[in-house]
Design a binder for this molecule. Structure first.
Ligand SMILES: NC(=O)c1ccc[n+]([C@@H]2O[C@H](COP(=O)([O-])OP(=O)(O)OC[C@H]3O[C@@H](n4cnc5c(N)ncnc54)[C@H](OP(=O)(O)O)[C@@H]3O)[C@@H](O)[C@H]2O)c1
Length: 290
């Protein structure tokens, strides 16, 4: 018998997951699947056993190998940790969710796109990754869709939290620190993204559980910004008085072999129209950052 108050989760100690637990911890009891609970998601048996002994109706799968630069150094290696965690790990979670009749809530990334689009990506756009992290996340999405009947995929972009996460800084907190310490590099005017406000994303996950949502959704603030414009927005919203200078991704790319997506901005219209949630305006979310 399912217990609607229990939720299985992976990646709950991570940048996104730990904040989701903070925010939804009063609504749900999270059953964490990670190495501290003796579940390595790359181990099919360990995953299946954990699912079979859980009364949760859904799993939120957030565990991933997220260091895109390290992933690139290991590109093509199917024995490498990036492929194992992102592809094999997701296959194991998807299989177990299907076998035990649980909803598969999968967290993905804008890096599944090549970044060549001028406007914002929609859910209709074709996936075309250009580097290894994105490729493994695209394969993970494919596994979820092929293996599960009951699935929902949320693609997020440069997620940021309203509080401080001690283990690593999100992009927004890195910019805040750089502006405050007067150590900020010139900010690209030719690279664009659409930050995800994690506080809003927690509400989206709650909605997905409660309504048994299915399909692909872009879960972002819905605002396309360049690195330069975003740094200026932060500078203004938090009254930091910094001096933001302009840089160029095109120039930077001449110094590195690793491909970068120029544009990962995703339109979140579908989600904003479907989910009954009040999304926070981006400037307001930034102004509330600790
Ligand atoms: N951060 C971003 O900029 C970003 C952007 C777009 C999409 N995303 C997606 O959002 C999700 C969450 O990202 P995040 O930034 O919160 O990740 P993160 O901070 O790097 O945390 C990764 C999580 O995965 C867990 N994990 C790694 N290998 C595992 C294994 N073999 N078995 C069980 N657990 C394992 C880690 O557990 P330990 O702490 O025990 O190692 C940790 O909880 C990911 O799916 C990511 O692809 C992130």
């Amino acid at each position: 018998m399912d217990n609607m108050n229990s939720i299985l989760g992976t990646g709950l100690s991570g940048l996104v997951g730990s904040r989701v637990v903070d925010l939804l911890g009063k609504t749900y009891t999270f059953q964490n699947l990670d190495l501290t609970t003796s579940v390595d998601i790359t181990n099919e048996d360990q995953v299946l056993r954990a699912f079979e002994s859980s009364d949760a109706p859904a799993v939120i799968h957030m565990a991933a190998f997220t260091n895109a630069t390290k992933a690139w150094e290991d590109r093509g290696n199917k024995d490498g940790v990036c492929y194992k965690v992102n592809v094999v790990g997701t296959e194991n979670i998807a299989k177990a969710a299907q076998k035990t009749g649980k909803q598969m809530i999968h967290v993905s990334t804008a890096f599944v796109f090549d970044g060549e689009k001028d406007g914002m990506y929609t859910e209709e756009d074709t996936v075309h990754p250009v580097e290894w992290y994105g490729e493994t996340k695209a394969l993970a999405e494919e596994a979820v869709q092929n293996m599960c009947d009951n699935w929902v995929i949320f693609r997020i972009d440069q997620p940021f939290r309203g509080d401080v996460y001690e283990k690593k800084a999100d992009t927004t907190h890195k910019l805040i620190t750089g502006i405050k310490n007067r150590t900020l590099y010139p900010q690209f005017t030719d690279h664009w993204f659409s930050p995800t406000i994690i506080e809003d994303f927690a509400g989206v996950l709650d909605w997905a559980i409660q309504t048994h949502a299915s399909g692909i959704y872009h879960a972002t603030s819905g605002i396309k910004v360049s690195d330069y414009d975003y740094a200026c927005m932060i500078n203004d919203a938090l009254h930091l008085g910094g001096d933001i200078t302009q840089g160029s991704l095109t120039e930077y790319l001449k110094t590195t072999q690793r491909p970068y997506q120029r544009n990962t901005a995703m339109n979140s219209k579908k989600l904003q129209e479907t989910a009954n949630i009040a999304f926070t305006p981006l400037e307001q979310a930034i102004a509330q950052i600790q």
